[in-house]
Design a protein around this ligand. Structure first.
Ligand code: KIV
Length: 286
């Protein structure tokens, strides 16, 4: 049976049927292809791009150009999954008009089917304006990496009653503004369960426990490709780092000792043709 392209109504239906939604990040066509082939429902071109691919210490320096460039690559690798791209820091925070303009440009140029933006009550009206302009929006609450320094670093959010209430109020306001899903990052599992049961739109958790409607991880974390730090909520399904190091060291050693390339990696030509080549020193052709 031909696989069906995933759409927003499919994600809503998943929630109604209590079937979990899978999401992973991708930043290039090759990995996006693997993820799509694995049957993952949604692919996020996260601005985690800045940290896991571009080598920045945070997501703050990532630009619209960076995001659009990588989304276009991911688009070429994805056929079935629903494709979401992160609006970079300050591309939706200055004014509603600018947010709509940037979200519009993002949709036109990136190939994404929805934009994701970070924030709670304070961005709800911006979300409404972008949705009213015809652009699907995925919200992102809890630990919001773009404003991590304001939150006091990469730490769990919503642990006391007041901040938990604010997160629930934010999720409800974002749903009311027309968001089609909410990513919840680094919040207590019980709170994530309460929010999930309070919303009609799906919640996608990262460090938010198992009661969310779906889960997302940064693919480079899951594969053990990013070594700088490993948040508690990451499960590494494989550790590719040591394997990559081993392969690179073997390559270096084989080139240096002349074991690579071997005859099986080389191309042949007829000796009679080789002998007809005129080299500078006649008769010295090897
Ligand atoms: O940027 C990102 O990859 C994200 C996920 C961690 C949800 O926002």
């Amino acid at each position: 049976m031909e696989r069906k392209k995933i759409t927003i109504p499919d994600l809503m239906e998943r929630k109604r049927q209590n079937r979990k939604i899978t999401m992973l990040t991708a930043y290039d066509a090759a990995m996006a292809f693997f993820i799509d082939q694995a049957g993952i429902d949604t692919v996020l071109v996260g601005d985690s791009l800045g940290m896991v691919v571009l080598g920045y210490d945070s997501t703050v320096p990532v630009t619209m150009e960076d995001m659009i460039h990588h989304c276009q690559a991911v688009r070429r690798g994805v056929r079935y999954a629903f494709l979401i791209g992160d609006m970079p820091f300050m591309s939706y925070n200055v004014s509603r008009e600018e947010a709509i303009r940037n979200a519009g440009r993002f949709m036109k140029e990136s190939g994404c089917e929805a934009v994701k933006l970070e924030g709670g009550l304070e961005v709800a009206e911006t979300v409404r304006a972008i949705v009213d302009a015809g652009i699907p929006v995925v919200a992102h609450i809890g630990l919001t990496p773009q404003t991590a320094s304001k939150l006091g670093g990469f730490r769990v959010q919503g642990k006391d009653a007041a901040s938990a209430q604010r997160l629930l109020d934010s999720a409800l306001a974002l749903e009311d503004s027309g968001a089609c899903a909410v990513v919840m990052e680094c919040i207590p599992d019980k709170l994530a369960g309460v929010i999930t049961r309070s919303l009609e739109i799906p919640t996608i958790g990262i460090g938010a426990g198992k009661d969310c409607d779906g889960q997302v991880l940064v693919t480079n974390d899951l594969l053990g490709l990013f070594e700088k730090f490993l948040p508690k909520f990451v499960k590494q399904y494989i550790q590719l780092h040591p394997l990559i190091r081993e392969a690179l060291a073997a390559y270096k050693e084989e080139v240096e000792t002349g074991r690579f390339p071997g005859p099986e990696h080389s191309f042949k030509m007829e000796a009679k043709d080789l002998s007809r080549i005129r080299t500078k020193k006649k008769g010295k052709t090897k």
